[in-house]
Structures are given as structure tokens and as C-alpha cells.
Design a protein around this ligand. Structure first.
Ligand code: ATP
Length: 367
């Protein structure tokens, strides 16, 4: 009988609760035991009442809730091997043999580190007399399954992350509201959206709201005259009869020299050069708020169910996995290679190799 631990970690994202619910319900349906781990890696390190056996009704009402009811954290201790060893001890003492981590690239990198070190943790704990020989044998392996919960949609090996569609919906609602007031005053709005070093949210929002200009990390404006090109494009659109201007800036946007492009800077250009009445809106955490859209409920539920199936299918040779979506199909790929690819992707962005990075990133928009 499998004993599955479930936790959420890193930044919260809409749909995390739906994933937790699906895992608990599917696990119980498939005759597994499951444990809710509260407050991310902090809970795993604290143990005790932070690791609680779950009943069906413990996740009632989760499907439609935003954020994460079981809590999340940024946990510095888990970044250290010593912290991960305490987590390993609590996992073993709780009898957990499979761990599902719902989080972003940082959380899944942490999970991958725990996976890589698992045998040495078991040996150390046995040598230190903290676990018995029987416990060491029973926990010879820890199966980890990652679900990507992040509004940024920034992980390699999945087309979409849990939370990204809901954040996009929230951004579109907010921009639609801004457009009404912009129209009345013939104003320009510069809107900053989240996404860290990934432009998926900004680019998708620009398409969905009909923005005039968008800045994303993967496609920095080329040359020194980008400001003039932007001004010309905006002037042309006004000359053609448009009463408003909308510019979307991803929080990680930069020019080709990697100098950040910030909303305030765009505002100053529009105000000084074009004399546009310009306002800046930084959407901030509202993008993470509210209930998950149908897409995130669906993706999270399908992925949660697949996480349990993957655990049940696994034998001693099965690697830890990451559940994703590729070409509209739920996938289970090795966690190790997904994390490696994501690291390569981030490194390519840092080296300004944007085309390479975009190819590595498996999202709906590749160009
Ligand atoms: P989001 O994309 O929403 O920010 P995230 O999971 O990437 O989510 P992080 O703050 O990067 O968020 O990571 C969450 C937690 O995962 C960290 O606080 C830490 O406990 C753990 N973690 C991150 N990176 C590592 C690492 N390299 N090794 C071990 N643990 C890590």
C-alpha cells in the first residue's frame, strides 16, 4: 500500500488546491494512504503536526479555491543538505514512500536535490542511529513526482504550468477594465505583468488584449533606436484613429544589452516624446489571486490523477518524474532531465541566446 505525501511550495498559484484535491481523491480511490504536508519544505523539516494523514473530506471545497490551503513557504533550510536530511528523516518516520511536490522551478530543483541525495541521507541516518535497519530497507527509494505550479509558465518540458491560465485571465480582466478608462481620456497605459524571466504571460496578454507594443525577456528590442521605433508605431496607430495606447511590459524585460526595461521608463518616453497622457499600472499580486479558471481546474485535476497513477506504475527502477502537458497530452518525464533542461534554458537567457532559450522552452508560443 503506497503512502503518498503531498505538498505545495514556492509562490502560490491558482489550481494548486485542485491538484492537491485530485491527488488525495485519486490516492484514496486507488487504496493508497496520503498525507498532507503543511507549509511547503518548512513543514517537511518541522514534521510533527505539519504532516497529517488525509481523509477524503479534508479536501472538500478545494477545487474552486485560489492560493494553497495547505500553505506554502520559501524555506532557506531546505537549500542546505543538512536541512534536506531532516526532511528525509521526517519522511521516513512518517512512512511516506512517495512525495508529490507542487511548485515552481525552485521547488522542483529542491526536490531533485533530495532525490539525488536520498541514498546518502538514508545511510547517514542509519549510521547516526536515527533510523532502524528495517526503516532503511523499507525506504531504500523515494519516488518523487513534481507538478509544476507556477503562474510564470517558465518550465521546460511542459506546455503549460498550473496557474498560468488563471493569471492570464486575471491580467486580461484588469487590462479590459483599464481600456475603458483609457478610451474615455485618450490615454496611454503601460502595464507591467509578472512572469520572472519568462514572457509567456506578457505575450499572451498582449495578444488577448490587442496591445500596441509588448516587451518580453526572450525578444529584447534590437538596436539603439528601439525607442523611436516604438514611438513611431504608437503615433501611426493614433493617426489611424486609435484613441488609446496599450504597452505591456514583462517584469523581466530588458534591452539587448540586458538593461531592464521598466514601465516607468516607457511612461517617461511616451510623456516626453509623444506628449501622451500616460499612466503606469503594475498589476502585482492580483495576478495570483482569485479562483482558478476552468483550464487550471482541468489541468490540475488530470495531472493530479496522473501523479497517483505514475506512483502506482513505478517499480524500483522508475526515476522520479515531472508531470506536464505536451501537445494536449498529460506526460510523465524524468524529473532530473526536466530540471537540467530548465537550468540550461535559464543559462541561455543569461547569455542572451534567446533563440536557443525559446527552443528549449516548450510552451504554446515558440516564436
Ligand atoms: P515560483 O516559480 O512561484 O517562484 P518556486 O518553486 O520557483 O516558485 P522558489 O522560491 O524558487 O519558488 O523555491 C521554493 C523553495 O524551494 C525554496 O524556498 C527552497 O526551500 C526550495 N529550493 C529552491 N531552490 C532550491 C535548491 N537549489 N535546492 C534546494 N531547495 C531549493
Amino acid at each position: 500500500r503506497k503512502r503518498i505525501g503531498i505538498m505545495t511550495s514556492g509562490g502560490d498559484a491558482q489550481g494548486m488546491n485542485a491538484a492537491v484535491r485530485a491527488i488525495v481523491r485519486m490516492a484514496l480511490f486507488r487504496d493508497c494512504e496520503c498525507f498532507l504536508i503543511y507549509d511547503g519544505y518548512n513543514g517537511l523539516i518541522s514534521g510533527g503536526n505539519k504532516i497529517v494523514k488525509a481523509k477524503r473530506e479534508d479536501v472538500s471545497g478545494f477545487l474552486t479555491l485560489g492560493g494553497t490551503v495547505i500553505g506554502t513557504a520559501r524555506c532557506a533550510e531546505f537549500r542546505e543538505k543538512s536541512g534536506r536530511q531532516i526532511a528525509a528523516l521526517n519522511i521516513i518516520k512518517s512512512g511516506i514512500d512517495s512525495l508529490v511536490v507542487i511548485g515552481g522551478d525552485g521547488s522542483l530543483t529542491g526536490a531533485d536535490n533530495l532525490r539525488a541525495e536520498w541514498h546518502s541521507h538514508v545511510e547517514d541516518l542509519l549510521d547516526a542511529g536515527k533510523i532502524s535497519k528495517e526503516e532503511a530497507v523499507a525506504h531504500d527509494n523515494l519516488m518523487i513526482v513534481g507538478l509544476v505550479g507556477s503562474i510564470d509558465n517558465d518550465l521546460a518540458t511542459t506546455d503549460i504550468t498550473i496557474g498560468a491560465y488563471s493569471a492570464l485571465a486575471r491580467i486580461c480582466e484588469a487590462i479590459d477594465a483599464l481600456q475603458i478608462t483609457a478610451f474615455s481620456h485618450h490615454r496611454a497605459f503601460v502595464v507591467e505583468v509578472m512572469g520572472r524571466n519568462c514572457g509567456w504571460l506578457a505575450l499572451s496578454a498582449a495578444i488577448c488584449t490587442g496591445a500596441d507594443y509588448v516587451f518580453i525577456p526572450e525578444d529584447p528590442p534590437k538596436g539603439k533606436d528601439w525607442e523611436s521605433r516604438m514611438c513611431l508605431a504608437l503615433q501611426n496607430s493614433r493617426a489611424a484613429g486609435k484613441k488609446t495606447s496599450l504597452i505591456i511590459v514583462a517584469e523581466g524585460a530588458s534591452d539587448s544589452e540586458l538593461n531592464p526595461i521598466k514601465a516607468d521608463y516607457i511612461e517617461s518616453i511616451l510623456t516626453n516624446r509623444l506628449k501622451f497622457d500616460t499612466r503606469v499600472t503594475i498589476l502585482g499580486h492580483v495576478q495570483r489571486g482569485g479562483s482558478p479558471t476552468f483550464k487550471d481546474r482541468l489541468v490540475a485535476t488530470l495531472q493530479g490523477a496522473e501523479a497517483v497513477e505514475a506512483i502506482l506504475r513505478a517499480d524500483a527502477t522508475t526515476p522520479s518524474l515531472i508531470i506536464g502537458v505536451l501537445n494536449n497530452k498529460i506526460t510523465a518525464q524524468p524529473l532530473k532531465s526536466a530540471i537540467k533542461l530548465t537550468k540550461e534554458l535559464t543559462a541561455e537567457i543569461a547569455k542572451k541566446n534567446f533563440d536557443k532559450a525559446v527552443k528549449l522552452r516548450s510552451t504554446t508560443f515558440t516564436k
